[in-house]
Design a protein around this ligand. Structure first.
Ligand code: NAD
Length: 520
């Protein structure tokens, strides 16, 4: 349990508003009924601000504004080059506020400040990338010589509902906002209730960059209230969701009656496979970073490490020693490597897994709150070894600084263990053997594979998971495909070849019937 702190313990950084509001049709507003919820700061677990708690009526207003902006505003019909200019101005503004954004993000989420700074830069990059993509984009056109020409007429889908999680909130919002806006959609964003602080910054950044009113709308609130109303709203054309697998399943069902387009980025339990011929020092660096950066609250965390038995003892000894040296501390301290978990509810959940793990495997590091941090959601980097594949800590997503290490005997065994969960988001392979690397990459069930690397992604490549980790892939032009309609237009070249129903009656000698018209 965490010790409650008083509000006076808390240093609230500059830039935190007196209240977090919705942003609808170009204005910051409270909930129509005045509902709010308290937002906690994760090193003290005190409420540092009240946020508007959106209800169905607030979602209605946001969707109506987005619909108006889509039907009668300039944004969807603007030339790609003009939209790209706005997106580039947004990127400039995000970059210019890098330090402020990082400070607010770190304060709200508990992420170490040095890692939050990277998030703001990456968010800006997303806008630049999609600005370039829409200007350079090409579409399919096909010709059947002398008969037909076909081309794709691309247009924005409409009103996009964007629902995002609390880990790296600003950056993950940019993943959805940038392609949705680039495509010409109008949007309603529902950020995670644990971390609503940074989302409000978009409103000012967008307005100053020249995004027309009503194109971006923000409704804060609880998932089961504001999120649910957005998913079920008949005026919303698609939902892009990132979050837990169980929430994704519920959203999938709730979106069915209104037949919305869905993109789902869900949970993960990604394996890192360390073969005996790997560069062990590099593999150590990468697998430590992979699960302990971002406090382990990372969907693609390498939270299961599978190590060949011939190097197992050596790898484990070095891994445990490094894990024990990781600096856990206040998120605002630039030397901190692991900060505070986002929320006491989440902290209790992670600690529940740590307790379960003690009965399932051998605890080799961590497993408790560090002694020098008596309050707040802190957990020392936790390493379980000799973890059997039947253990919950091997099978279930923990989403904290907790790793499970398991030995394997040969390549087939490694692949079998890697695939032995319901998830299929990422996989990491460490080997110098080219043939083994590609063979295992092909056999592992994951949407994304990194060979001799942690999670570093070229924005052009697809992002997404398989199995319980997601539906559909975003990233690069795939994101634009999701946010656009692709209408196929077919044009006859030369003569029109139509069966002449009712004109002459059936005449088997009629060349139309004889030769041309009975084709599919
Ligand atoms: P969550 O599912 O609890 O919440 C995500 C969002 O959904 C929040 O905004 C929440 O308010 C909203 N929500 C909750 N219930 C809802 C409902 N019934 N209807 C509509 N919206 C609802 O997830 P979280 O705890 O915020 O985030 C952590 C999870 O996100 C982890 O499982 C992690 O793996 C996953 N994640 C996945 C990716 C990816 O790209 N695959 C990236 C980041 C995080």
């Amino acid at each position: 349990m965490t010790t409650p702190a008083t509000q006076t313990d808390l240093q609230i950084p500059a830039g935190v508003p007196d209240r977090i509001r919705h942003y609808i049709d170009g204005r910051f507003v409270d909930s129509v009924g005045g509902e709010t919820f308290g937002v906690l700061e994760p090193t003290t677990n005190t409420v540092y601000v009240e946020a508007a708690a959106g209800q169905a009526v607030d979602v209605d207003a946001a969707v109506a504004a987005a619909r108006r902006a889509f039907e009668s505003g300039p944004w969807p019909g603007m030339k790609n080059r003009e939209r790209a200019r706005v997106l580039n101005r947004i990127a400039d503004a995000v970059e210019a506020q890098d330090t402020v954004l990082a400070r607010l993000e770190s304060f709200d989420t508990g992420l170490p400040i040095t890692q939050a700074a990277g998030q703001a830069r990456r968010a800006a990059e997303n806008f630049r990338f999609f600005a370039d993509l829409i200007v350079a984009g090409a579409d399919d056109a096909y010709k059947v010589p002398g008969m037909q020409m076909n081309y794709v007429d691309r247009s924005p889908v409409g009103v996009a509902g964007l629902i995002t999680p609390w880990n790296t909130p600003f950056m993950l919002e940019s993943w959805k906002l940038a392609p949705a806006l680039a495509a010409g959609c109008t949007v309603v964003l529902k950020p995670a209730e644990f971390t609503p602080l940074s989302a409000s910054l978009w409103a000012t950044i967008f307005a100053e960059a020249g995004l027309p009113e009503g194109v971006f709308n923000l409704v804060n609130g609880i998932g089961e209230e504001a999120g649910d109303a957005l998913v079920k709203h008949p005026g919303v054309d698609l939902i892009s969701f990132t979050g837990e697998t169980t929430t994704g399943q519920l959203i999938f069902a709730n979106a069915a009656p209104t037949l919305k387009g869905l993109s789902m980025e869900l949970g993960g339990k990604s394996p890192a496979i360390i073969f005996p011929d790997a560069d062990l020092e590099a593999a150590l660096d990468s697998t430590l970073f992979g699960v302990f950066s971002l406090n382990g609250e990372r969907c693609t965390a390498s939270s299961r490490i599978l190590v060949h038995r011939s190097i197992y003892d050596d790898f484990v000894a070095r891994y445990v020693q490094r894990a024990k040296n990781i600096k856990v501390g206040p998120p605002a301290d630039p030397t901190t490597e692991v900060g505070a978990l986002v929320h006491p509810e989440h902290y209790e959940r992670v600690m529940g897994y740590v307790q379960a793990g003690k009965h399932e495997a051998t605890l080799a590091a961590g497993g408790t709150r560090p002694a020098h941090l008596p309050q707040g959601n802190y957990l020392a980097p936790t390493v379980f070894i000799d973890v059997p594949p039947t253990a919950r800590i091997f099978q279930e997503e923990i989403f904290g600084p907790v790793v499970a290490i398991t030995p394997f005997d040969n390549d087939a065994h490694a692949v079998e263990l890697a695939n032995n969960t319901k998830y299929g988001l990422a996989a990491y392979i460490w080997t110098r053997d080219l043939r083994r690397a590609h063979t295992v990459a092909a056999q592992v069930q994951a949407g994304m594979v990194w060979i001799n690397s942690h999670n570093v992604r070229d924005l052009r490549s697809p992002f997404g998971g398989i199995k319980a980790s997601g539906l559909g892939h975003e990233g690069g032009y795939r994101s634009l495909d999701f946010y656009t309609q692709q209408k196929a237009v077919h044009i006859t070249l030369g003569d029109v070849h139509t069966a002449r129903f009712g004109a002459t009656g059936y005449n088997p000698d009629d060349p139309y019937f004889a030769t041309k018209n009975l084709q599919a």
